[in-house]
Design a binder for this molecule. Structure first.
Ligand code: AMX
Length: 435
């Protein structure tokens, strides 16, 4: 049985050769062009990044290594991690080897990190604690040690794989420890070497799961949030920092700081708070008319409806659909889930009436919180940390391949307003179709 590292080593040498010949033959071809409105519009839609771990077509949503996300939704997070890294689904023996390896690594979180977390103020947001904990572990980076010893560029990916596996194994431990401290749940619970990532995470959180349904949700959660190509804030931040050869601890911490924003990962916290606020105001499960009115108030106050809209997607997020199906199966009568269902029946129609909104449909964050809430994880402040634990898999896999392909420093060019003003007046209009 070939190990993960051996599989990657074989793939990397072929991919390097292919890329070299590809660029030599087609290096001057024009792939996209940039309009003024794209420069002013957050670089939306410019095809200028490479990401092979996943893609997000606007009309389909997340595709992980060629597989629509719904197809892999019931796989273990360990299997999806292998898929992200290698493009292949592992067999049983490989899955078990990876599970055991990650479980072993999860037990090695150094004690000093908890001292750092304990020294933080009680009102620090869990995402701030999570990002700080990752950064505090930077001294553990295999990449940095090997780099300081004089590592060759061709070999950068090897310690990046070590850092990837350690971070995937240890971020659930950090997250669970932060959860128990922040919300006064008692002492930390150690991981169990016999469990898989999802089951271990539930165990360390210390929440009741007698029926095993919460563990199923956690595995699904870890899979659905694992990757979303490279153009989103957290992935791009991770990749940009990593391109300076800052190791994955620096890079992932930077990515998590981006995930902590309300337009990105924090939307899952904001979304359930919005739903709970609605229920509290109305004293129970609201009607469609009441939701319309509440949405009008939100929009009238100049706020966004969290959980709806997307920078790339133009259809209902397939990850939302997976969570929605899970809710219909496991907690159809839960009042919060029922409210999320009615919100879904109302909000797209409402947002469709606002011309500037390009996508009125729900994104991944619209339903996930109601399911966590049902299983007793009621602290909405913590939700983005769960997203971060999962996203660690994708952004680390992306960085591994960037180092494997010996990609250079990310360094686009900025221009001044004066340059744009003079250039725009003489430039041709029209743009090539986007990918
Ligand atoms: N509610 C109200 N207004 C919205 C909206 C929503 N859900 N979605 C978009 N709009 C507004 C934008 O704020 C923008 O208004 P402006 O021109 O006055 O600034 C206008 O519609 C055009 O935006 P867009 O081109 O459709 O979207 P975008 O690419 O600029 O932004 C996103 C995408 C996700 C930030 C936006 O849809 C949003 O704020 N949604 C709510 C927050 C959310 O759910 N974020 C999570 C996204 C998924 C994730 O990363 N986890």
């Amino acid at each position: 049985m070939a190990t993960l590292k051996e599989v990657l080593a074989g793939q990397i040498s072929t991919a390097r050769q292919n890329a070299k010949e590809f660029v030599k033959q087609y290096g001057t071809k024009v792939i996209d062009q940039v309009t003024l409105e794209q420069i002013y519009g957050g670089m939306r839609g410019i095809s200028c990044l490479i990401c092979d771990t996943s893609s997000v077509p606007a009309d389909k949503g997340l595709i992980i290594r060629g597989r629509p996300v719904a197809e892999v939704a019931n796989n273990l997070p360990e299997e999806v991690l292998w898929l992200l890294l290698t493009g292949e689904m592992p067999d049983k023996a490989n899955t078990e080897a990876l599970r055991a390896d990650l479980a072993k690594r999860s037990a090695a979180v150094p004690e000093y990190v908890w001292k750092v977390i304990d020294a933080m103020p009680a009102d620090a947001h869990p995402m701030c604690l999570f990002s700080t904990a990752i950064l505090a572990l930077e001294g553990e980076s295999a990449f940095r040690k090997r780099y300081d010893e004089g590592l060759r560029k061709e070999d950068f990916w090897e310690p990046t794989l070590e850092d990837t596996l350690n971070l995937v194994a240890q971020t659930p431990v950090l997250a669970a420890g932060i959860y128990r401290k922040k919300f006064n749940k008692g002492a930390r619970i150690a991981p169990d070497a016999k469990l898989d990532l999802g089951a271990n995470f539930v165990r360390m959180l210390g929440l009741d799961d007698k029926g095993g349904e919460f563990t199923k949700l956690m595995r699904l959660y870890l899979v659905l949030h694992s990757d979303h190509e490279n153009g989103n804030v957290s992935a791009m931040a991770t990749a940009t920092v990593n391109s300076a050869l800052s190791d994955l601890y620096y890079s992932l911490s930077a990515g998590m700081n981006g995930l902590a924003g309300p337009l990105h990962g924090l939307a899952n916290q904001e979304c359930l708070n919005w739903v709970l606020g609605l229920m509290k105001k109305l004293g129970g499960t609201p009607t469609k008319e009441q939701i319309e009115h509440y949405a009008d108030e939100t929009l009238g106050a100049g706020k966004v409806i969290p959980g709806y809209g997307h920078g790339v997607l133009r259809v209902t997020d397939p990850r939302f659909e997976c969570f929605y199906e899970f809710g219909k199966k496991h907690c159809p009568e839960d009042p919060v889930f029922k409210t999320v269902k009615t919100v879904f029946e109302v909000i797209p129609g409402k947002l469709q009436q606002i011309q500037k909104i390009k996508n009125p449909w729900p994104n991944v964050d619209a339903a996930s919180g109601s399911l966590l809430y049902h299983f007793g994880l009621t602290e909405t402040l913590f939700y983005t940390v769960l997203f971060g634990v999962s996203r660690t898999m994708g952004v680390c896999a992306q960085s591994l391949w960037s180092r494997a392909m010996m990609q250079p420093l990310i360094r686009p060019k900025s221009v001044t307003t004066a340059f744009l003003e003079s250039t725009a007046k003489t430039a041709q209009s029209g743009r090539l179709p986007t990918a």
